[in-house]
Design a binder for this molecule. Structure first.
Ligand SMILES: Cc1cc2nc3c(=O)[nH]c(=O)nc-3n(C[C@H](O)[C@H](O)[C@H](O)COP(=O)(O)OP(=O)(O)OC[C@H]3O[C@@H](n4cnc5c(N)ncnc54)[C@H](O)[C@@H]3O)c2cc1C
Length: 526
């Protein structure tokens, strides 16, 4: 055999299942079923809703079980952005590039299925509820990647006179399509516990409903749409780097779907991939706030009082800029880090910007004060009359913080951030086209008062979980589908370290639809 044909053989062997389907016939003691349906959907966020809609429309009976007392998950507190490509092939080329430089695993077949189905997303969104409008609010997150103009970010337009925004608009429309139009039953306070299997086939699921354990039979399939593991600190410490993780989203996402899929033999992927900006913690709240400075006169420093990067680089990957572990001094010198700003920046507006998304705002009802004064009172922001006094208050070396301020002010006044290349003005295709681009870097005032606030990693979502294929089937480590088990959404997301933005809602919508209709096409087992 030539070396070439041997290698080709090896590649083929790797693509095919390496071991035969397991033949062990463990005895199946069928439980007494408390309920039954064709397709069980666990989790009622965007992915669960889209899966239920498409399974129902393909002719299956469906029941959704949601762990919390209300549906929506991260979807309903998100910004509601959904990536929809304007060109299938060019969007594929762009998105494929986001994997390679980060060394994240790509499944090209799955990505092709995603962009193909995405071309129908606008039509699907508009079909959810009557009289809705969608609009483009943004473009590719990485303008320096070729074919970037194939990417558009869309969301529902809030009707005149209404206040509902972003994720709530998106989820309200899903809810209308699920509950009002299709009358699909949704059971709340119902937590999926463990899959019920016979040999290697999923037959149903144990669900805890209001504290009672029920066996739910799934004649065709179970679809896991339980979100990520943002709220499981043990999983975060085992699968990712960093510490002091806080969350911006829904507290039901504790990794249940990962464990259920693992117990059924699923392979895991993208476990170390996070969508995670830096943000602030307000004592007494369950969830945190993403930092979003409205002014230009600010920078970040580490625990040594030194800047460590371009603070305006991609937002979703904020965590990667602070994930530096110092094994000699036994610390993460950038967790926490600090935002340093001046009086103009304090007065300019909330240091969390005009945020409208997130659990803290939309479910815990916290309103950040316009001039940041309430947060100064709470100690979230500290102030001092001089930069040296500020350094003392936050415990960083005074001489370093003073030097950092001097260099920043000198370089920015001269028109260039020599240290890290943070632009002076906003760049890229944006809604300000035709007008002067906003200033994003400016010197701080020569005199105090100065302000500082502690920043930690604040998760939008995790990406990892059970690996699925282009049909939404959950795969085992040998890439064999686990019979009658499907998944969708951020649980086992297709996205790696580098995340384009608006693609998690898009994936939930697309793979919800794909998994729903494939699951509905399964032959009932009983
Ligand atoms: C503040 C914020 C803003 C964001 N903005 C955007 C954006 O604009 N665009 C974008 O693409 N992405 C955005 N994201 C990310 C995106 O919202 C999520 O990744 C996406 O909504 C995931 O959808 P999902 O259906 O997979 O999960 P979710 O919407 O989180 O739904 C999962 C559901 O499963 C339930 N559940 C968990 N365990 C169980 C169990 N054992 N049994 C039953 N139910 C269970 C949960 O309670 C939850 O309701 C944002 C995230 C946050 C937090």
């Amino acid at each position: 055999m030539s070396k070439r044909s041997f290698l080709r053989g090896a590649v083929l062997a790797a693509a095919a299942p390496l071991v035969p389907a397991a033949a062990s016939a463990k005895s199946f003691s069928e439980p007494k079923w408390d309920r039954e349906t064709d397709v069980v959907v666990l989790g009622y966020g965007g992915a669960g809703a889209a899966a239920a809609i498409s399974a129902h429309d393909a002719g299956a009976s469906v029941v959704i079980f949601e762990k919390l007392a209300e549906g929506g998950g991260n979807t309903a507190v998100s910004s509601g952005g959904v990536m929809i490509p304007n060109n299938e092939e060019r969007a594929f080329q762009y998105l494929a590039k986001t994997y390679s430089f980060a060394n994240s695993e790509i499944d090209e077949e799955q990505l092709r299925a995603f962009v193909k189905e995405s071309m129908k997303t606008k039509e699907f969104l508009l079909s959810l509820a009557p009289d809705q409008k969608v609009y483009v609010y943004g473009y590719a997150g990485f303008q320096n990647i070729p074919e970037q103009d194939a990417i558009e970010k869309w969301r529902f337009r809030t009707p005149k006179g209404q206040k509902t925004r972003g994720g709530d608009m998106l989820f309200n429309n899903y809810r209308y399509a699920v509950e009002t139009v299709r009358k699909i039953p949704v059971v709340y306070n119902a937590r999926g516990l463990e899959l019920i299997r016979e040999n290697d086939e999923v037959k149903g699921v144990w669900v805890e409903i209001e504290g009672r354990r029920e066996a739910v039979k799934a004649r065709r399939a179970v679809i896991l749409a339980t979100g990520g593991y943002e709220f499981d600190q043990t999983m975060l410490s085992n699968y990712t780097m960093g510490k002091d993780f806080h969350q911006l989203g829904a507290p039901g996402n504790t990794g249940d779907g990962v464990r259920m899929a693992q117990a059924a033999g699923a392979d895991l992927w993208h476990m170390n991939a996070l969508s995670c900006p830096l943000g602030l913690v307000v004592p007494g709240l369950k969830t945190a706030f993403q930092i979003n400075m409205l002014a230009a006169s600010w920078f970040y420093v580490d625990q040594d009082g030194k800047r460590f990067g371009n603070e305006k680089a991609d937002n979703h990957t904020g965590v990667y800029t602070v994930n530096v572990l110092d094994p000699i001094k036994h610390r993460y010198p950038r967790i926490p880090c600090y935002v340093i700003f001046d009086e103009k920046a304090r007065q300019r507006g909330p240091i969390v910007g005009g945020a409208t998304s997130g659990w803290a705002i939309n479910r815990e009802g916290y309103r950040w004060s316009r001039d940041n004064s309430a947060e100064i009172e709470k100690g979230v922001i500290v102030s001092a009359p001089t930069i040296e006094a500020l350094a003392k208050k936050i415990g960083v070396p005074e001489e370093n913080l003073r030097a950092t301020l001097e260099v920043w002010n000198k370089d920015i006044a001269a028109g260039e951030d020599k240290a890290f290349g943070r632009p002076i003005q906003k760049k890229g295709k944006s809604s300000f086209e035709g007008r002067e681009a906003p200033l994003i870097s400016a010197p701080l005032d020569a005199n105090g008062p100065y302000y500082a606030a502690k920043l930690v990693p604040t998760l939008l979502n995790t990406q990892g979980g059970p690996r699925r294929n282009q049909l939404g089937q959950v795969l085992d480590p040998f890439r064999r589908p686990i019979a009658r088990l499907y998944s969708a959404g951020e649980l086992g997301s297709m996205w790696g370290h580098i995340y384009q933005g608006a693609c998690n809602n898009a994936e939930a919508c697309v793979f919800g639809r794909i998994a729903g209709r494939t699951a509905a096409a399964e032959k009932p087992w009983g």
